[in-house]
Design a protein around this ligand. Structure first.
Ligand code: B4P
Length: 190
């Protein structure tokens, strides 16, 4: 399975990605997690990414695309993957298309999690109290929502037009959302 999981900040992408990856035995590749790992290791990539992430802005496409290209070239992604948080811009869609074409493979489905705006903010404010992520302050959260609506929401139509889109209700308990996702993906695989 070659999958993308999309949705606004706080929709549950990272939360659900782990379960999907385990169920279909594919690696979950989260651009946010890779950036955060680089930030905590103090790498040049991390230093560059941090200033964008802390402000709630996207890291430049060139940086993000190169990072994903390298990650997809690793052996564990040959037979399938779940991309969590990539692509996030139309330019990233084009780059990913090129990477997949070069490898002679194609996507099976693009999952979109939908969650009410206020619930999104509440989830991230709760996470701020436990995880201490520097981009989970209320001002930055609202900015991330605006950036998502401007730059990432248009991707939904792109993948819908390609017949790849699977929209899943992301409200409610984590396990209930996971069951809805599993039903969609089992249908994709059937
Ligand atoms: P991400 O790490 O992708 O951050 P996110 O959108 O907040 O999603 P995340 O996966 O962490 O949270 P989730 O919704 O699972 O990106 C962070 C930053 O990295 C971006 O702002 C950007 O700067 C940069 N970046 C990443 N990819 C990029 C790209 N392609 N291009 C450019 N820049 C990029 O969960 C949120 C919270 O909700 C959690 O606390 C979770 O426990 C909780 N939750 C989940 N499901 C729930 C449920 N059903 N009920 C209650 N709570 C729930």
């Amino acid at each position: 399975m070659r999958l993308i999981i999309m949705g606004p900040p706080g929709a549950g992408k990272g939360t659900q990605a782990a379960g999907i990856a385990a169920r279909y035995e594919i690696p979950a590749i989260s651009t946010g997690d890779i950036f955060r790992a680089n930030v905590s290791q103090g790498t040049p990539l991390g230093l560059e990414a941090k200033r964008y992430m802390d402000a709630g802005d996207y890291v430049p496409d060139s940086v993000t695309n190169n990072m994903v290209r390298d990650r997809l070239a690793e052996a564990d992604a040959t037979d399938g993957f779940l991309l969590d948080g990539y692509p996030r811009t139309l330019a990233q869609v084009g780059e990913l298309d090129g990477m997949l074409e070069a490898a002679g493979v194609s996507l099976d489905a693009v999952l979109v999690l939908t969650v009410d705006d206020e619930e999104l903010v509440q989830r991230l404010v709760r996470r701020a109290q436990t995880d201490g992520r520097t981009d989970d302050t209320e001002d930055v959260i609202r900015h991330r929502q605006d950036v998502y609506n401007e730059q990432t929401a248009p991707l939904i139509k792109v993948y819908a037009d390609r017949g790849l889109l699977r929209t899943v209700d992301g409200m409610g308990e984590v396990d209930d959302v996971a069951k809805r996702i599993a039903a969609e993906l089992d249908d994709v695989r059937a």
